[in-house]
Ligand binder design. Sequence first.
Ligand SMILES: [Ca+2]
Ligand SMILES: [Ca+2]
Length: 234
Amino acid sequence: MKKSIAAVIAAIVILTVNVLSVDAISDRTGTVTVANISAKPGEAVSVAVNFSPDLEVSGAQFDVMFDGSALIPVGIAEFDNNSLDILDNITDDTEDRFSAVIVSTDISAIEGFNLNFKISEDCKPGIYPLTLEKLRLSDDEANTLSSKIISGSVRVLNEESNEFQLGDVDLNGSVTVADVVFLSNYLIDEYQFTVDLQFLTADIDGDKEINVKDLIYIVLHLSGKHLLEEKMFS
Ligand SMILES: [Ca+2]
Ligand SMILES: [Ca+2]
């Protein structure tokens, strides 16, 4: 009798270990991170896109999303230590997206790649989000890889200004509905602030916390009910 109980316990332990190990594999999700960089109007920029090492990507297919009035796409470039075939459909027109495919020519793992843009000469100060959509990743055995995308941005900021507008979360010089969208995304962890100044512009009531109350102050400002002041940056 004792023997059979021991056998049942052993079987349960083995079952539990097996279930845990299966879960551990199926839950493994890598990250694809688009960098945050700063630039001035007219400059050329390279924005790195990195695959986390656990992904072991050999091929990727995706759309690049950006603000075509601020960022002029130039192309995709490989990192020095990767050898890639790169195909993209960038046109001369001002668009907000292009599609691309990259393949490792020696089927080794790709660390990442650079997205190259030129900032338009008349680009207004602000933070321009940069993200990937329709992402499909494959390893060297044609297995689909699951991943989480962390969006990046290009910040174009007037460095000489020492004033900031409360509520101007995207730092483009005015408070608009875009700031409500930026702050909403920040509150649900879909967007990270890239500049310390954003914490100052977003904390409307100055209580050192950024939450839904600050969001309401911006909405009140936009409706003309409670106008936000301009402050000196110190
Ligand atoms: Ca703004
Ligand atoms: Ca606050």
